[in-house]
Design a protein around this ligand. Sequence first.
Ligand code: FAD
Length: 309
Amino acid sequence: PFDVLVVGGGPAGASAAIYTARKGIRTGIVADRFGGQVMDTMAIENFISVKATDGPRLVAGLEEHVKEYDIDVMTNQRAVDIRDIEGEDGQQIKQVELENGAILTAKSVILATGARWREMNVPGEDQYKTKGVAFCPHCDGPLFKGKPVAVIGGGNSGIEAAIDLAGIVEHVTVLEFSDILRADAVLVKKAESLPNITIIKEAMTTEVLGDGNKVIGLSYKDRKTDESHVVDVAGIFVQIGLVPNSDFLKGTLELSNRGEIVIDSRGQTSLPGVFAAGDVTTVPFKQIIISMGAGATAALGAFDYLIRR
Ligand code: FAD
């Protein structure tokens, strides 16, 4: 069996595997797609000590670093279940079942399966991803300096994004589907006090408009009057939820009401010997540098578990 089996090959998983491999213990990574969300990212300007890079380049660096160590990397493989069973020596052992039916065994597991942004599913959204359709204001906000943008969603993340962006961009139009904003009152008050934020409720986004290369606007339907409108924007921040990739863990370990894996300060989950890191966990902010740090924490947590086992 592996000493540590890492499930997920994004920044959290890669970091965790490097940390455990450096302890000289048998490490494996099983991942659906090596690189994770970073593969979908164009400009990265907040990975400290690297002024500017892009997703595929950062992933190439991750891969090169992982290859420096004796890590068994299994890609194009999805985990579908995890079990905690008693091994032949009477000690608990983990089994990770893959979609193809194979079963991997490990003394400890680090879950780093990440998350995905909920999408609007309207025409143009896919075509203009990374060409104006964005999901992360911390990451991409500065790319729209001095330009008009829209934020889709009036929950906490949408209103926070609007307030954040208002300090950088020319103007922010927030579009909320329902007739109320679900964000905390203090955030709504702040957003309403800013002169360059307009909030439109009961607005159903219907299409992302572009010129073939980049976003030039969006159209929405006023759900009260059924009238269609166009807003001219250079960027559209979709803030309608981040979905953790944790479906296969339901019933096995503790998840928050949003489906995030609950961890302690050492990355330990509710199942002894199973650790977790990155966007799939309850960690409050979801960023590359944060998930790499969390991967290191979970790895050291797992090592600590193994030496006491
Ligand atoms: P992920 O990157 O999501 O990786 C998850 C890994 O798990 C993948 O390998 C995936 O294939 C695998 N996986 C999932 N389910 C399973 C399963 N069942 N079995 C096996 N493997 C599985 N952050 C920044 O700091 N700066 C930026 O500029 C930036 N820009 C972004 C732009 C976009 C478009 C997006 C989507 C995100 C951006 N982020 C940015 C956020 C950043 O990408 C994430 O915070 C980070 O990738 C999280 O790392 P992770 O390892 O936790 O998860």
